[in-house]
Design a protein around this ligand. Structure first.
Ligand SMILES: NC(=O)c1ccc[n+]([C@@H]2O[C@H](COP(=O)([O-])OP(=O)(O)OC[C@H]3O[C@@H](n4cnc5c(N)ncnc54)[C@H](OP(=O)(O)O)[C@@H]3O)[C@@H](O)[C@H]2O)c1
Length: 242
C-alpha cells in the first residue's frame, strides 16, 4: 500500500490501519463488545497486517484497560517491523492532570519510549484548552510525538486546533466514526473543516462493524481519509486488503 502523510505530521501511514479493540481479551466494556482472542490469534492478525502492508496500529487505554496495548506489544516483540503506534487517553471522569499522571503506564504497556500519536479518546466536560496544554507538555517531555483527538465534532476540533496553535503545535488528526452508512461527519462539516485545516481524518468502524463489504474501504481512502478497520482473524485481513 502506498504510504500517505497523516495531517501535517511526518507520519507516513498506509491508508488502512489495524484497530486493536479486539485485542482486549474480553476485559471491560470495550473488550466485551469484541471476540475474545488469545495471544496466538492476535499475533497472527498482527503478522497478516504487516504482511499486506499495514504499517500502523490503533489501540487505547480503554481497550481492556491496557490489555490491548500489552497484547500488541507482545505480538510486535516477535516481529522485525516497528510500525506506527496510535493510542488514546481515556477521558471520562478524569481531569486533564491525568494525561500526564498516566502516560508512563501507556508507555510501559506498549513497551515504547515515545508514542507516535496520542489521542484524547472522547470530548468530555473537561476544558479542551487544558487537555491540549497537558498533551503539549507530553510532546515537550518527549513522551509523545504528535497529538490527535477522537470523536470531536467540528467546533471541538477547531478549539483543539486553535489551543495547540497558541502553543506552536499542530493538531494532527481526528478519529471519528465515518462509513458508508454513517455520514454525519459530511453533514456537520467535520470533514470539510479538517481538510481546510490539514487535520487528518481517521475513520473508525469503516465496515460498520462488519455490515459493509471491503469496497467501502476504497470509498473512504479515495477521499484521502485513513480507515482503521477491525478483524477477528488473519483471513479477514487478506479478504479486506488483497
Ligand atoms: N475512537 C473511538 O471511539 C473508536 C470507536 C470504535 C472503534 N475504534 C477503532 O476502530 C477499530 C475498528 O472498529 P470496528 O471493529 O468497529 O471496525 P469495523 O472494521 O467496522 O468492523 C470490524 C468487524 O467487521 C467484521 N469483519 C471485518 N472483516 C470482515 C470480513 N472480511 N468478513 C466478514 N466480517 C468481517 C469483523 O466482525 P467479527 O468480529 O464478528 O468477525 C470485525 O470485528 C477499533 O479496533 C478501534 O481501533 C475507535
Amino acid at each position: 500500500m502506498e504510504l500517505r502523510k497523516l495531517g501535517t505530521s511526518d507520519l507516513f501511514m498506509s491508508p488502512i490501519g489495524m484497530g486493536c479493540q479486539q485485542f482486549s481479551k474480553g476485559i471491560g466494556l470495550a473488550g466485551k463488545q469484541k471476540k475474545n482472542l488469545n495471544d496466538y490469534e492476535i499475533f497472527n492478525i498482527v503478522q497478516a497486517s504487516l504482511e499486506v502492508g499495514i504499517n500502523w496500529f490503533d489501540t487505547a487505554e480503554e481497550y481492556g484497560w491496557g490489555e490491548s496495548e500489552r497484547s500488541l506489544r507482545k505480538a510486535l516483540n516477535h516481529t522485525l517491523e516497528k510500525p506506527i503506534i496510535l493510542t488514546k487517553w481515556f477521558s471520562h471522569f478524569r481531569t486533564s492532570k491525568s494525561i500526564i499522571d498516566t502516560i508512563d503506564f501507556r508507555l510501559k504497556a506498549l513497551g515504547v519510549n515515545c508514542i507516535d500519536l496520542y489521542q484524547i479518546h472522547n470530548p468530555t466536560w473537561v476544558s479542551i484548552k487544558k487537555e491540549m496544554r497537558a498533551m503539549a507538555r507530553l510532546v515537550e517531555m518527549g513522551k509523545i510525538k504528535y497529538i490527535g483527538v477522537s470523536n470531536f465534532n467540528a467546533t471541538q476540533m477547531v478549539t483543539a486546533y486553535e489551543s495547540l496553535g497558541e502553543l506552536g503545535l499542530p493538531l494532527i488528526s481526528n478519529q471519528i466514526c465515518y462509513n458508508y452508512n454513517y455520514r454525519k461527519p459530511e453533514e456537520d462539516n467535520t470533514l470539510s473543516i479538517a481538510r481546510y485545516l490539514e487535520i487528518g481524518i481517521i475513520a473508525y468502524s469503516p465496515l460498520d462493524k462488519g455490515k459493509l463489504k471491503r469496497d467501502v474501504l476504497t470509498w473512504l481512502t479515495d477521499k484521502g481519509i485513513f480507515a482503521v478497520m477491525g478483524v477477528s482473524s488473519p483471513e479477514q485481513v487478506y479478504q479486506n486488503i488483497c
